[in-house]
Ligand binder design. Structure first.
Ligand code: CA
Length: 234
């Protein structure tokens, strides 16, 4: 199946290079040269993934990302040039799935695109909880994780959760009490070994805690093992 990637980047030559390289990788591409057009195409043309530059005329990448997230969970990779932008991507509740810093190699970009598409298209099965009828709910305290519907409920209320947060929670919860390093989580949940930044894991854990814990500063589900990593406390 041909996947479509929307490239939102105002520098025409960079946009062209990205589109050209992605086409060579077998993707269909759509281009937008400013934020407003990008947002419009994101919401009307159903891309499978979006590459989104931070500095854009009109509506900047931050605003475009937030507005897309109000309506869609499509994977978004932010294109950024500066360290302070990375901190902002990691720290804010923008809902971006990933970021890549300029200058990037096309090989790195292609790996990120592939990893993010794979995550959104084909969630890995959960061996421990799989039976002939499908995947069982994971129940822990007031939390229910439904792997088939990608849904998490707490006290019966559906929690608004991104795909990545869901996958991280599910991964940890299927192997309760087992401690995973941040590198291991990056590899298993984000799907790549070499390109990720372990801070991404910390930020996603923090966001998850804000959503599922009664008191995010005293978590009872996702526990930090200092100097080692994280585990799920069933
Ligand atoms: Ca730009």
């Amino acid at each position: 199946m041909e996947r479509t990637i929307l490239v939102i980047e105002d520098e025409q030559n960079i946009n062209d290079i990205l589109a050209f390289s992605l086409k060579k990788e077998g993707y269909k591409t759509i281009s937008a040269l400013d934020g407003i057009t990008g947002l419009e195409k994101a919401l009307t043309e159903n891309p499978d993934l979006i590459l989104l530059d931070v500095m854009l005329p009109g509506l900047d990448g931050w605003e475009v990302c937030k507005k897309i997230r109000e309506q869609s969970q499509v994977p978004i990779i932010m294109l950024t040039a500066r360290e302070d932008e990375i901190d902002k991507i990691l720290g804010l509740e923008l809902g971006a799935d990933d970021y890549i810093t300029k200058p990037y190699s096309m090989r790195e970009l292609a790996a990120r695109v592939k990893a993010n598409l794979r995550r959104s298209a084909a969630p890995p099965p959960i061996p421990e909880n799989k039976n002939d009828e499908g995947q069982d709910d994971i129940v822990s305290g007031d939390l229910v994780i439904n792997a088939e519907r990608y849904e998490v409920t707490k006290n019966g209320e559906i929690i608004d959760i991104t795909l990545r947060e869901f996958e991280l929670l599910r991964f940890l919860a299927t192997q309760p009490t087992k401690i995973f390093s941040r590198e291991k989580l990056l590899e298993n949940v984000w799907g790549y070994e070499y390109y990720g930044d372990v801070r991404t894991v910390d930020v996603t854990v923090r966001r998850l805690r804000e959503k599922i814990e009664d008191d995010p500063s005293m978590p009872k589900y996702i526990i930090t093992k200092r100097g080692v990593g994280y585990y799920f406390n069933k």
